[in-house]
Design a protein around this ligand. Structure first.
Ligand SMILES: CC(C)(COP(=O)(O)OP(=O)(O)OC[C@H]1O[C@@H](n2cnc3c(N)ncnc32)[C@H](O)[C@@H]1OP(=O)(O)O)[C@@H](O)C(=O)NCCC(=O)NCCS
Length: 167
């Protein structure tokens, strides 16, 4: 994976990010989104975050230009009192998993927000997901709570584990 480039996402990465994320929407409970995201909506999302130092988006780009993963920090809640908290997530195409892509994406993401006046990061993990649990724990997240059957996807209820990182 030495040829992999980790860089800030641009609006032109909308299709590449969707190429990673939409299959997880379709096939996996790792995200509770249920409808594929259009390229136009993804582009608007990227443009809305372009000037947001607290909410960066990073992509992993292969030598051929293919996007094989992305990570982002999102607002925890739009209300102003929550401005110093974020939710982070990372998604890697199955063909590129187990090669350190998520580790590099999260390394870049947390490096970028180091001076962004943030205090807490949260990650929401739908169990079982040992890879995501291990990744987040290795980045200093601690399991603080599990919401039982808070979501429903593919006709069954799912728990959500909340992880917290002190920044
Ligand atoms: C979780 C996910 C992002 C990990 O991406 P990845 O690129 O395969 O992870 P990396 O290769 O960078 O591994 C980073 C760490 O994750 C853990 N890990 C990765 N794969 C693992 C596995 N199969 N089992 C247990 N731990 C695993 C390890 O701690 C690893 O660190 P190490 O290399 O020092 O052992 C990826 O599996 C994924 O996209 N899953 C589906 C979507 C998802 O669940 N996203 C997280 C939502 S909260």
């Amino acid at each position: 994976m030495s040829a992999l480039i980790i860089r800030r996402a641009q609006a032109a990465d909308a299709a590449g990010i969707n190429g990673v994320y939409n299959p997880f929407i379709r096939d996996s409970a790792a995200t509770f989104e249920t409808a594929a995201i259009s390229e136009a909506d993804r582009r608007r999302w990227l443009e809305s975050l372009a000037q947001s130092p607290r909410h960066p988006v990073f992509v992993a780009e292969q030598r051929n230009g293919n996007i094989c993963g992305f990570a982002n920090a999102a607002a925890f809640d739009p209300r102003g009192g929550y401005a110093t908290s974020i939710k982070t997530s990372v998604f890697v195409d199955p063909a590129s998993q187990g090669q350190g892509v998520a580790r590099r994406l999260y390394g870049a993401l947390f490096g970028a927000i180091a001076d962004a006046d943030l205090h807490r990061a949260y990650a929401l993990i739908v169990p079982p997901n040992p890879a995501s649990v291990a990744l987040h724990q290795s980045f200093g997240f601690e399991h603080i709570s599990t919401l039982s059957e808070v979501g429903r996807k593919f006709g069954r209820f799912h728990d959500v584990m909340w992880f917290e990182k002190r920044l």
